[in-house]
Design a protein around this ligand. Structure first.
Ligand code: PEP
Ligand code: MG
Length: 574
């Protein structure tokens, strides 16, 4: 029987292949009594399984390719730490002895206890770490049950679609060495480890399908549309033919797009447009250069602060920033200062609890209350500015007092470097993110006082419409085309253009080819997005005639209802 499932698409593309169910060892755990004279042997069996997993994780850690994203080694490191904890490597031995039970069961009891403790934690980020505990336990149980820890390599793996309950980062690293067609999981949100890694795997993937592992059977034919978050199980002949065609078209299109790499992004009427990349780790520069981006428009530095217990040092930050500045060879690199809090929690800051994190102490607010953390980062960015064209971008500004304090702290960081005779770019540009409606309404003042602006549409939509961007249940109300959102964007672009200051959009809207013409019509000339979208956006730019679209853009801006906007936008894109 054919049926369709919907999840959250985290990586685009179409894949057609056979399902391979990744085993869920925890479901296979049996409980049996171990006779007294065999208890110590059972304890040894447990210790050996722990040793096997330690060796397995160690070998994954050491075989990471040099260009693997930094967070991958951090993930495996976290799993090694969890495994080394007494709670997992020692206490199950006591349970085997006191309960006279088998090792798998003892480990499962201990895991249930740990997970229950994690569930009591209020902090979302820390609570989610229970998944890491479960993933490590899964590995030990697989070792106990004699399942191979490594993925079996199949000859026709290009047509295999992995169906898993969850993927551990260690699994994802192994996947990197294979060429599976796609993967889908039951759990995981857009900020889960799985989603972060999915982007770097560059194959279609969908998370949060809830029951994929229960409903899909091993070997069944499935279609994955990563862009739409759709899975079709046992497609009928028509669906299969349609998706084969779409897949061919998608692949052909990717090939065609590759040819645009060297082409300058200029509209039909001769207006130049800058297409920049959003990056999260220095290794992303490889993809950024491969698609011919003319700079980094948003370097989200918070990933350097994740999956670790201590704050990164100035030296470590400097090395990362310098690496990017140098690798971009004279192209601009816009480094955003720390934007943690809300959906981007870090362990080093886990003591803080907010009643409403998205409206709480995040981004620049947090940096201004922790000036030493900010000072360290500013010094690292300033030092890196000596090695390339670096700019500083401040997230979540909402008022002039924050801007004033920020500028004072930047000056203090500069002075400390001058005192130590350390070189940096004295004229380093400082820009502000416009992602709070109040900031958009005051865009003219920010534009006058700052060197450039960058519109963070992801948050601007969230705050304008009061829709939590991480909450599935209100996702349908998260509307980039809401007239209020469009007004705020257009107003910010106008204010910056009037002040003669560059302005970019660096939220997801910049990478949506359906919105390129509209944003160009608003006067936008800089788009910053995930490198995977750059060539498709370039094609839109190349096919746009600005004088021809201006009337329709004005009409869209005058609409009071997004339902009226949809057909007009289709006409604009025709
Ligand atoms: C945004 O809010 O649009 C943005 C680019 O920042 P982030 O997604 O990192 O919050
Ligand atoms: Mg933001």
């Amino acid at each position: 029987m054919s049926f369709t499932m919907h999840g959250v698409g985290v990586s685009s593309g179409i894949a057609i292949g056979h399902a391979h169910l990744v085993s869920h060892a925890l479901l296979e755990v049996a409980h049996y009594e171990v006779p007294d004279d065999l208890i110590e042997a059972e304890v040894i069996r447990f210790s050996q399984a722990v040793d096997t997993v330690r060796a397995e994780l160690g070998s994954i850690y050491h075989s990471l390719p040099g260009n693997a994203p930094a967070e991958m080694s951090a993930f495996v490191g976290t799993h090694l730490m969890i495994l080394a904890d007494r709670a997992l490597s020692e206490l199950p031995k006591d349970i085997i002895r006191t309960e006279s039970c088998n090792a798998e069961w003892a480990l499962k009891l201990q895991m249930d206890d740990l997970v229950a403790q994690f569930e009591e934690i209020e902090d979302d980020y820390l609570r989610e770490r229970k998944h890491d505990v479960v993933q490590v336990v899964e590995r030990v149980i697989k070792a106990l049950l004699g399942h191979p820890g490594q993925m079996a390599v199949s000859r026709q793996e290009q047509s295999i679609i992995l169906v898993a309950h969850d993927l551990s980062p260690a699994d994802a690293i192994q996947f990197k060495q294979h060429q599976f067609a796609a993967f889908i999981t039951d759990v995981g949100g857009s900020t889960s480890h799985t989603a972060i890694l999915a982007r770097s795997l560059n194959i279609p993937s969908i998370v949060a399908l809830h029951h994929a592992r229960d409903l899909i059977h091993d070997g069944e034919l499935i279609i994955i549309d990563g862009g739409q978050g759709v899975v079709i199980v046992n497609p009928d002949k028509d669906a299969l033919a349609e998706y084969r065609l779409r897949q061919e078209q998608w692949e052909l299109e990717q090939q065609k797009l590759k040819r645009l790499k060297q082409t300058r992004a200029v509209t039909l009427d001769g207006t130049s447009v800058e297409l920049l990349a959003n990056i999260e780790v220095p290794e992303d520069v490889v993809q950024t250069r491969a698609v011919g981006a003319t700079g980094v428009g948003l370097y989200r530095t918070e990933f350097l602060f994740m999956n670790r217990r201590e704050w990164p040092t100035e030296e470590e930050q400097f090395e990362s920033y310098r690496k990017v500045a140098e690798a971009m060879r004279g192209h601009s690199v816009t480094i955003r200062t720390l934007d943690i809090g809300a959906d981007k929690q870090i362990e080093a800051d886990s003591v803080r609890t907010c009643t409403n994190p998205a409206l709480g102490l995040r981004a620049i607010r947090l940096c201004l209350t922790e000036p030493h953390v900010f000072h360290t980062q500013l010094r690292a960015i300033l030092r890196a500015s000596h090695y390339g064209r670096v700019k500083i971008l401040i997230p979540m500004l909402s008022n002039q007092s924050e801007l004033h304090q920020t500028m004072l702290l930047i000056e203090r960081a500069k002075q400390s470097l001058r005192d130590e005779k350390i070189a940096f770019d004295e004229l380093i540009p400082v820009g502000g993110m416009i992602e709070i409606p109040a900031a958009a309404l005051a865009a003219d003042t920010f534009a006058r006082k700052m060197d450039f602006l960058s519109i963070g549409t992801n948050d601007l939509i969230q705050y304008t419409l009061a829709i939590d961007r991480t909450d599935d249940t209100v996702a349908h109300l998260y509307q980039p085309l809401h007239p209020a959102v469009l007004q705020l964007i257009s107003m910010t672009i106008r204010a910056a253009n009037k002040a003669g200051k560059p302005v970019a959009v660096c939220g997801e809207m910049a990478g949506d080819a359906g919105l390129t013409r509209l944003l160009l019509g608003f006067g936008l000339r800089q788009f910053s997005m995930h490198p995977a979208h750059i060539l498709a956006i370039k094609r839109q730019v190349l096919q746009t005639n600005l004088p021809r679209i201006s009337k329709l853009v004005r009409k869209i801006l005058a609409c009071s209802d997004s339902e009226q906007i949809v057909p007009l936008l289709a006409k604009l894109n025709a």
